[in-house]
Design a protein around this ligand. Structure first.
Ligand code: F6R
Length: 605
């Protein structure tokens, strides 16, 4: 999703803006642009497609400006073309924007009446003209606040002015924005990852904050024009450097890192000496929890769904799961004895953040399961459980999913133990088994060669179905999501028992169907559902940990994974499905790390 960079320096900023925009590429985008103040004028350059194209334009047409803003755009209002790319500039002002201005149509009509002529179809251009208009009568901070007052919706903004030619301004409401402090230069960025190569000193803006950067000073103001102080944080040194190394793309690197993700996470949460789970200062006594509500989007939602089976098996607490975009608009009865858990890799997902904000406004207890610990969701929730996966750059979430499930599993175990709902013996046994997970993941990754062969069968398919029961059902959903987002092939996940209620009509000769059937309490039933698919011509790819008792000559391929504790099986089932999506996309020559239309950090509603 859109990414913003701003730099105020005493030397040319173009090259640093381009390098920082490259760091933001992982968010997913379709066009890019930059504006600097060069020779006292706003100098704007934009392109469709990759930042590389922008770099070529700037190579031919260098800009010597010592301050500027840059942007990668993920289209919301208006097609992805050069005109709609950011920045949007007038003679006086240039703006980059992340978010959506919901009342842009009305604002545009008013501005047109005043004589402003719009070039683009974007919602952002209204900000440019509002600022230009208020500048005629107001000073800098008043101009900004008067503009922001007019805007409905969410935004993070980067702004430069012809008149104030030594400053970069940032403002935030609902979309993330950070300030970085350097040596004789200061920075603005959508996330700390983009700024990390330049500084580890960061301040996060809160909603309503404005920042004004020169090369040697940063000032903050609130919505009533009052100067405020903000905390400067030192970012943690990241051991997992976000470079591809020998891997072809980030996704394959991240898939192959999953045993390390599991190992690190287990090390962080399991006390090696006591063999117990560390969970200090938890914001609610587990014995007093009346209900747990788990909220997330996409893959994070699937992690929540998987954990429902663990919480329900291990505790007597009622569990509710919802996608954040639904939760935030429901008429809810909030309860101070409930625990509201928000799961998000980026910690910046707009829907998840809004759902958390709703809970905060209703004074209930919130906990977030997060990868980016400096993120808005982490900073806003009462309690944070990091997944310790390191930066995830591939748009399709892989190692973060494993990390999210792992923390949720650890949480369910600890809550069960604290409520005395699991016996001490079983608790210790489960922890001992958990410690074997990294090796089991590593072993499962060895199935890649087989998956490469299986993937060929999906190339000509017009669609595909993933089936599972119990905790394999959310994994089927996740497998289908991975396949559709990477290979653009229609894929649906269903609870295997639901097939006869409609989806069975889709089965025809040769349709690929992936069946997840571990040897658990659902095994026989899932196998029967599989036979129903085979009987109707479906081409079945079975993933199981118990192949010897399955008799069917008509299974196209059986992949055997390791037998382990039922609670750990979803982790292992996930791996072949990630690899399948990867290889189908790879055979189709698609952009693995940046699938079309998608963004890593979904900061719009
Ligand atoms: C799918 C994927 C998305 C994200 C979703 C939530 O591979 O990556 O479905 O899981 O956009 O993102 P986070 O976890 O950052 O809140």
């Amino acid at each position: 999703m859109c990414g913003i960079i701003g730099i105020a320096s005493n030397k040319s900023v173009t090259s640093n803006i381009i390098q920082s925009l490259k760091k933001l590429e992982y968010r997913g985008y379709d066009s890019a642009g930059i504006a600097t103040i060069t020779k006292g004028e706003i100098d704007e350059n934009k392109c469709t497609g990759r930042v590389d194209n922008l770099e070529k334009i700037l190579f031919k047409n260098p800009s010597s400006g010592v301050l500027g803003i840059g942007h990668v755009r993920w289209a919301t209002h208006g097609v992805p073309n050069q005109v709609n790319a950011h920045p949007h500039s007038s003679e006086e002002v240039s703006v980059v924007h992340n978010g959506i201005i919901e009342n842009s149509s009305e604002l545009k009509k008013d501005l047109e009446k005043k004589g402003y002529r719009f070039k683009s179809q974007t919602d952002t251009e209204v900000i440019t003209f509002l600022l230009t208009d208020f500048l005629k009568n107001f000073d800098l901070i008043n101009t900004i606040n008067k503009t922001l007052e007019k805007l409905h919706g969410s935004f993070a903004l980067g702004i430069i002015f012809k008149k104030y030619n030594n400053i970069v301004v940032g403002a935030r409401r609902g979309s993330p924005l950070a300030v970085g402090y350097g040596h004789e230069e200061n920075y603005l960025g959508s996330d700390s990852y983009a700024l990390k190569s330049m500084t580890n000193k960061i301040t996060y803006l809160d909603d309503g904050d404005i920042c004004v950067l020169t090369n040697n000073k940063v000032e903050f103001y609130n919505s009533t024009n009052i100067k405020i102080n903000k905390e400067v944080l030192t970012l943690s040194d990241d051991k997992h450097i976000a470079e591809k190394g020998d891997y072809k793309d980030f996704m394959s690197k991240e898939i192959y890192e999953q045993n390390i993700t599991a190992k690190t996470c287990i090390k962080e949460y399991i006390d090696q000496l006591r063999g117990d789970i560390n969970l200090y200062n938890f914001p609610i006594k587990p014995q007093e929890i009346e209900k747990i509500i788990l909220i997330g989007c996409g893959t994070a939602y699937h992690a929540c769904l998987t954990s429902k089976y663990w919480f329900e098996e291990l505790t007597t607490i009622p569990i509710e799961i919802d996608v954040a975009s639904e939760f935030r608009y429901r008429k809810l009865q909030f309860n101070k004895k409930n625990l509201y858990v928000f799961v998000s890799q980026s910690g910046e997902t707009a829907d998840t953040f809004a759902a958390l904000d709703l809970c905060k406004k209703n004074n209930v207890i919130t906990c977030s399961i997060i990868n980016v610990v400096e993120s808005s969701i982490a900073r806003t929730s009462d309690f944070v459980l990091p997944i310790h996966a390191g930066p995830e750059i591939g748009v399709a979430s892989t190692k973060a999913f494993i990390g999210q499930m792992l923390v949720l599993y650890i949480l369910s175990l600890k809550i069960s133990e604290a409520r005395k709902e699991i016996s001490k013996l079983d608790y210790i046994k489960k922890i001992t088994e958990l410690k074997t997970l990294p090796d089991l993941i590593k072993k499962t990754l060895e199935c890649e060669d087989k998956i490469q062969v299986i993937a060929k069968d999906f190339l000509e398919a017009k669609g595909t179905i993933f089936l599972g029961r119990g905790s394999s059902f959310p994994i089927a959903l996740e497998g289908a999501l991975k396949l559709k987002e990477l290979s653009y092939l229609h894929a649906e996940g269903y609870p295997a028992g639901e097939m006869k209620h409609g989806p069975l009509a889709l089965i025809e000769e040769g349709l690929p169907v992936v069946v997840l059937a571990p040897k658990d309490k659902y095994f026989e039933k899932t196998i029967s559902n599989m036979q129903e698919v085979i009987a109707r011509g479906g081409k079945v790819f079975l993933i199981t940990n118990e192949s010897k008792n399955i008799i069917s000559e008509n299974i196209r391929f059986t992949l055997e994974i390791s037998k382990t504790d039922d609670y750990l099986t979803p982790f292992l089932m996930t791996i072949p499905l990630q690899l399948l999506a990867y290889h189908v996309a790879s055979l189709k020559n698609l952009d693995i790390d940046k699938p079309r239309n998608l963004a890593k950090s979904v900061t719009v509603e």
